[in-house]
Unconditional design. Structure first.
Length: 290
């Protein structure tokens, strides 16, 4: 009980701080400042006023978009942490939202390598990659509305157990947050040492797979109903598919991303269908009250 009280006293202030209007304004200011700073550094590089060989010397105008988008993606991953205690279905929805942003970032990243001084015909492969990731992000965004539309939240716990279940989910969320910050610190240290920034989105989704598994095992404490067990297990598989899409080469990443979202929609839809049918069967075959 002491652990649950500590988790509750820690999680809620951190969540309220992150989701506050003041923090949102600050993060918006950070994104704008980073974009403007990158444009200034790119201009200095264009004029040749920065020493060659340093990390900043590799920043150019188109790369400013990619850097700003990468930072936005990091903020969205932190926001995902605070969706986990709401429900696993909402958590999967947030993961799909991040997936669409990853596809958009990949398109912008390809755009940052485009050379306007060369003819388009010599860079068609780069354009095709941009189109593939951009269209994939748009279709994921479209399918996401369907995913949210078919959702129907049902409580799986008794009223007396609900608060304890929520606090346990908050504990898992704090573990994910600590892991995300550790991964980001590792990426930052790697950038300082090597001069190359690589955001560990795929490794973050690997952590989410273990978090979803832990969430599923905790949920078994409160329900052993077959449809709920299947739903939780299938949602873990959705996270696995999303991670595969992040590791897949261009074109295949779009196909796997779309498959991941369609699979998530199917899980929710058929879970609702199964549950409604099961309830109808139980009501039909319930013995009459004496």
């Amino acid at each position: 009980m002491k652990l649950l009280n500590v988790v509750k006293q820690t999680y809620e202030p951190v969540r309220d701080f992150w989701e506050s209007r003041r923090t949102n304004h600050f993060l918006s200011g950070v994104l704008v400042s980073v974009f403007v700073l990158c444009m200034v550094v790119a201009l200095l590089n264009y004029l040749g006023w920065l020493p060659v060989g340093g990390l900043l010397s590799r920043v150019h105008f188109l790369q400013a978009v990619e850097i700003s988008f990468t930072l936005l993606l990091f903020f969205e991953m932190i926001s995902l942490v605070f969706v986990i205690p709401q429900s696993i279905a909402n958590s999967i929805g947030k993961q799909i939202e991040i997936l669409s942003l990853v596809l958009l970032r990949s398109s912008f990243k390809e755009f940052s390598h485009y050379n306007f001084q060369l003819p388009l015909q010599s860079q068609l492969e780069s354009v095709y990659k941009m189109v593939s990731d951009g269209v994939g992000a748009l279709l994921v965004f479209l399918l996401l509305s369907t995913y949210y539309g078919v959702q129907r939240h049902r409580a799986i716990t008794e009223e007396g157990d609900r608060q304890e279940f929520v606090v346990l989910k908050q504990f898992i969320a704090l573990l994910v947050l600590a892991t995300l910050l550790a991964l980001s610190g590792h990426d930052l240290l790697h950038m300082v040492r090597s001069g190359v920034w690589v955001q560990s989105v795929d490794r973050f989704y690997l952590i989410l797979i273990f978090a979803d598994l832990l969430f599923m095992l905790v949920a078994f404490r409160y329900t052993l109903h077959y449809p709920d067990i299947f739903r939780y297990s299938a949602f873990v598989l959705v996270t696995v598919f999303i991670r595969f899409s992040l590791l897949a080469p261009v074109y295949y990443n779009t196909l796997l991303s779309l498959f991941s979202v369609l699979f998530a929609i199917a899980v929710v839809y058929f879970h609702n269908l199964f549950t409604d049918g099961r309830l109808a069967y139980l009501n039909k075959n319930q013995p009459p009250a004496k």
